[in-house]
Design a protein around this ligand. Structure first.
Ligand SMILES: [Ca+2]
Length: 277
């Protein structure tokens, strides 16, 4: 028969747990990388990512403090509703409004240590497809749609993805992301780019233009998306550098995410990033 724990034994367990927590708290880096950070109303995770300083220059900076510990920098980041990333550089705590997905690995080696508040992105580095015969711009490869970063670099849009359908084809350019296995999808987040001038925004804001995100379980390379279902409502009111969140009422089992711009002014679609939660 199981005996209840004696008060003295409970005290030993409690002390051990306290020491364990305090020990981990000594190293704020490990704590933020591995453990939940308890906020006022929710539990959030900071995930360690490495970001190249040249990319960081193109994030929107929303805060800057000197000589803050990592833990205090994290707290400041958490409490700033515009901040989603913090980096430490020369003893500065730098806060950014930036898309960097947990697990982003491209800048490991030449990046500085940062922490992102973005949730785990199930689309990160997954295969991306475009319509047969479509042109995918070399400077904005389709893989950039899910490369886990949106630097909004104006010069060449190097972290955005662009596809242009054939001249005489319907103006319905699309991307298909293969999550490689069926998962429960609740939310898809799309980020528009913040450059491209009138053509880009005119294209999206054509009177009939809508962006749809659909999910499906099966796809046979035949460009038939009839079995796919909308996640959230089609979106029509576009702006530059805009985060568009498509959320389904209940999580949907899906392997594929299909993003299509319907009836744009032109036959191209360019987006900075897509995340799946
Ligand atoms: Ca991107």
């Amino acid at each position: 028969m199981e005996q209840p724990l004696s008060p003295s034994l409970l005290s030993v367990y409690f002390t051990a747990a306290l020491i364990y927590i305090m020990t981990d708290n000594v190293d704020a880096v490990d704590m933020m990388g591995k453990f939940p950070f308890i906020g006022a109303s929710q539990t959030v995770f900071f995930s360690k990512v490495f970001v190249n300083p040249s990319n960081i220059e193109h994030f929107s900076q929303v805060g800057n403090s000197t000589n803050l510990s990592e833990l205090n920098c994290a707290i400041r980041c958490y409490h700033d509703p515009t901040a989603t990333l913090f980096c430490e550089k020369d003893n500065d705590c730098l806060l950014y409004a930036a898309v960097v997905s947990p697990g982003y690995t491209k800048d490991i080696g030449d990046g500085i240590e940062c922490y992102t508040l973005r949730p785990l992105d199930m689309a990160l580095n997954k295969p991306v497809y475009a319509p047969a015969g479509a042109k995918v711009l070399a400077i904005r490869p389709k893989e950039n749609l899910v490369n886990g970063i949106c630097t909004q670099l104006e010069e060449d849009g190097k972290d955005c993805a662009a596809v242009r359908t054939a001249k005489n084809a319907p103006k319905h350019p699309w991307f298909l992301v293969d999550l490689q296995s069926a998962i429960m999808v609740k939310t898809v987040v799309v980020r528009t780019q913040n450059f491209g001038g009138p053509a880009y925004i005119d294209n999206l804001n054509n009177a009939e233009a809508t962006l749809i995100i659909s999910t499906g379980l099966e796809y046979n390379d035949d460009e038939d998306f009839n079995s796919f279902n909308y996640i959230g409502e089609p979106f029509a009111d576009f702006d530059m550098d805009q985060e568009i969140v498509f959320t389904s009422h209940t999580p949907t089992l899906a392997r594929y995410i299909w993003m299509q711009l319907s009836e744009g002014k032109y036959n191209f679609l360019s987006m900075c990033n897509l995340e799946v939660y």
